[in-house]
Design a protein around this ligand. Structure first.
Ligand code: SF4
Ligand code: SF4
Ligand code: FES
Length: 271
């Protein structure tokens, strides 16, 4: 016998609704059914006006991110009976405007993504001269950024981030993880250009490492870790230590031990 689960679904049509509201649908559920399957059941049998976004049905395209029982995750990757026995709340991803029902407007996320230059930037013209040429990378060099390439741009991390909830201009975990993905790539020379954004007042240092982004990421990207790497490199760049041939094992603060020759003291603040 299939279980019957109450789907409490957030509905909102900006053309005719003053505000979002919740509508409940009773859905017969078999073992193995995903939340995406449940939404299809509603659309096919109960309410054809329900809107959401999906494409691949297999956790690859990143389209079906939504809030399930308060957690940002993929509807196609979540079995109903794994998270619900009688009731299930289904809402759009927070920290985004709603286009309609469960469809978030991801434009702000993609604008921030583009702003960090999510592509390899070369300081030379070697690639133009030889477009089919190879840029060798060792497995270790690949390993420095591979995890961050798994991002499918689903926006779940952005929805879970408490900093984004209070600062809409914060770059957010997805774009910052993308910045680290390219910064850590040995073929790339764009880090200093990205620092303008990642080191800004709405960049990596706004992250207080709550780790919510990494907790919800369905692909194991761990954007919180990427952001901590970004912070570390930003500090090293600020101290002009990044390109030292023999980096010190231990950092020296002002007045501690022998001062490092390359450190330019920060100008004194005037009050
Ligand atoms: S980092 Fe993870 S949660 Fe964030 S957009 Fe990429 S895949 Fe989604
Ligand atoms: S670790 Fe940083 S980016 Fe991730 S959720 Fe927390 S504040 Fe946001
Ligand atoms: S439909 Fe593509 S990730 Fe869910």
């Amino acid at each position: 016998m299939p279980a019957e689960i109450n789907f409490h679904v957030t509905r909102y049509n900006p053309e005719c609704d003053q505000a979002p509201y919740v509508k409940t649908y009773r859905v017969p559920v078999r073992e193995g059914m995903t939340v995406l399957d449940g939404l299809h059941y509603i659309k096919d049998n109960l309410d054809s006006s329900l809107a959401w976004r999906y494409s691949c049905r297999m956790g690859v395209c990143g389209s079906c991110g939504m809030l399930l029982n308060g957690r940002a995750t993929l509807a196609c990757n979540t079995q109903i009976l794994h998270i619900a026995t009688t009731d299930l709340t289904v809402g759009p991803l927070p920290n985004f405007d709603i286009i309609r029902d469960l469809v978030p407007d991801l434009l702000t996320m993609f604008e921030k993504h583009v702003a960090v230059k999510p592509y390899i930037v070369r300081a030379d013209e070697a690639e133009l001269d030889d477009p089919a040429g190879e840029f060798y990378q060792s497995p270790e060099e690949l390993g420095a950024y591979l995890q961050f390439t798994y991002c499918i741009k689903c926006g779940c991390c952005m929805a879970a981030c408490p900093t984004l909830a209070t600062d809409a201009r914060y770059s957010g975990p997805m774009p910052l993880a993308a910045a680290q993905r390219y910064n850590a790539d040995t073929r790339d020379d764009g880090r200093r250009a990205r620092n303008q954004l990642t080191g800004s007042s709405h960049g990596a240092f706004r992250c207080h490492y709550a780790g919510e982004c990494s907790r919800v990421c369905p692909k194991g990207v761990d954007p919180a870790k990427a952001i901590q790497y970004l912070k570390r490199q930003l500090v090293l760049d600020y101290l002009h230590l990044a390109r030292r041939k023999k980096p010190c094992a231990k950092m020296h603060g002002p007045g501690q031990g022998k001062p490092l020759a390359n450190i330019t003291p920060a100008p004194a603040k005037t009050v």
